[in-house]
Design a binder for this molecule. Structure first.
Ligand SMILES: [Zn+2]
Length: 412
């Protein structure tokens, strides 16, 4: 047999936005080759009767860190790369079990782990990687203790040094961006404001000079890539927009003028509300410090408001989770949190159509149109009416396929 013919499905094509019943999809190799409301000749394909279940494209999480296996990130200093990689394998299996067939890693994952997934050595979602996240001395990428004065550390020895890069000055930032792309980065990640999980930088600190940011953008564009920036405050977001950054990560404290600046530049926001709720509830159990939790409180209230501000300004918002270590089991809870201000369809589009735009894979991912990769999930129910179907670690998914191969299959 070659390929699969899914029959008797209710198709949820996010760009259409409503269920289409009685549909059929033919998969050949790693692609969708036909979608129809009339019988498709099966040829040599295996026929799978879906019994009217909903079939939709695999989910896309546009902000994860598969290599950050500690909630209290300074502990990564004591984690060797072998251990970090072993843990990443477990974290990525959890992601694909939950229906995420593509994730965008915004700091830490390298080409080696991406290749391990592509080869099938590790079960996990497609990875779009940034390599090391680049930030200035004392910024969100600087994981040194205050007693560490001279910073050179071996990248092979611990997960902290492997995932973060400290660069100062135009030529160092230029070189760091080039180095990430030499090593296969799909996007270049820079830090433009303080962060929650870094101990010493104030949340409203502005990181990198205009010249340093411009160097990263220029190099990324020259290589056919783009810059994504970690930023919380309106001023940091506005600086990013002016410099040609393409995506804002987090953006919790965004205001209407900053959102307008993003809309004018055709930028995307990748929000990740769940990270802040999960940290508030459980991060102290994993060693996160009081200083970090205080910063967490500053951004948690802005989360839902940021979604409303971006919707009003016409800024597309992608689905992100940004959970660290053991908190990653909460990845799908983002669907529920956003439903306080958005419709299920809007949230599903953030995790399919918009995610595909962010990674520049429109028509290939986040859709089940002919020519797209055969990344799909089969669901026991209609998520347009019940986002709870994405919860409980994939329990309501009858099948998960990535690139034409089943990761999970309980239907025949
Ligand atoms: Zn992050």
């Amino acid at each position: 047999m070659t390929g699969y013919l899914f029959r008797n499905i209710s198709l949820l094509e996010p760009s259409v936005g409503e269920l289409q019943s009685g549909m059929e999809i033919r998969i050949e190799g790693d692609k969708v080759v036909a979608v129809s409301d009339r019988p498709i000749p099966p040829g040599a394909a295996e026929i799978i009767d879906c019994g009217g279940r909903v079939v939709m494209p695999g989910l896309i999480d546009s902000h994860v860190h598969v290599m950050l296996s500690e909630v209290f990130t300074p502990r990564l200093e004591g984690v060797p790369l072998t251990l970090a990689t072993g843990r990443a394998a477990v974290l990525m299996r959890g992601m694909i079990d939950r229906g995420f067939t593509t994730v965008r890693d915004t700091g830490g994952a390298d080409w080696g782990i991406r290749q391990a997934v592509d080869e099938g050595s590790i079960a996990g979602p497609r990875l779009f990687i940034a390599g090391q996240a680049i930030g200035p001395t004392g910024g969100h990428s600087d994981g040194r203790r205050r007693t560490d004065v001279f910073g050179a550390r071996c990248h092979c020895c611990n997960a902290m040094a492997f995932t973060m890069c400290v660069s100062d000055g135009v030529s160092e930032v230029r070189k760091a961006a080039r180095e990430q792309m030499r090593q296969g980065a799909d996007q270049v990640k820079i830090m433009m404001s303080g962060g929650v999980a870094s101990p010493y930088d104030p949340l409203d600190s502005l990181q990198f000079s205009d010249g340093e940011i411009a160097a990263a953008v220029e190099e990324a564009e020259a290589f056919g890539r783009y810059v994504c920036a970690h930023a919380y405050t309106p001023i940091a977001i506005t600086r990013a927009a002016a410099a040609g950054v393409r995506t804002i990560e987090h953006g919790n404290l965004i205001d209407a003028p900053a959102a307008k600046a993003m809309a004018e530049k055709g930028m995307f926001l990748i929000a990740n509300l769940v990270a802040y709720y999960a940290m508030k509830e459980r991060a102290a159990d994993f060693g996160m410090s009081g200083d970090m939790l205080a910063k967490n409180d500053l951004v948690i209230d802005g989360g839902l408001r940021s979604l409303e501000i971006c919707k009003a300004a016409g800024v597309p918002v992608a689905y992100g989770s940004d959970l660290l270590g053991a908190l990653q089991v909460d990845q799908s809870r983002e669907f529920l949190l956003r439903s306080a201000v958005l419709s299920p369809l809007e949230i599903i589009r953030s995790a399919t159509t918009i995610g595909a735009q962010v990674i520049r894979m429109e028509g290939k991912l986040g859709t089940l149109a002919p020519g797209a990769f055969a990344d799909l999930i089969v669901i026991d129910g209609n998520p347009l009416q019940n986002l709870g179907l994405f919860q409980e670690q994939g329990r309501h998914l009858a099948a998960i396929m990535k690139g034409g191969r089943f990761h999970k299959r309980v239907i025949h």
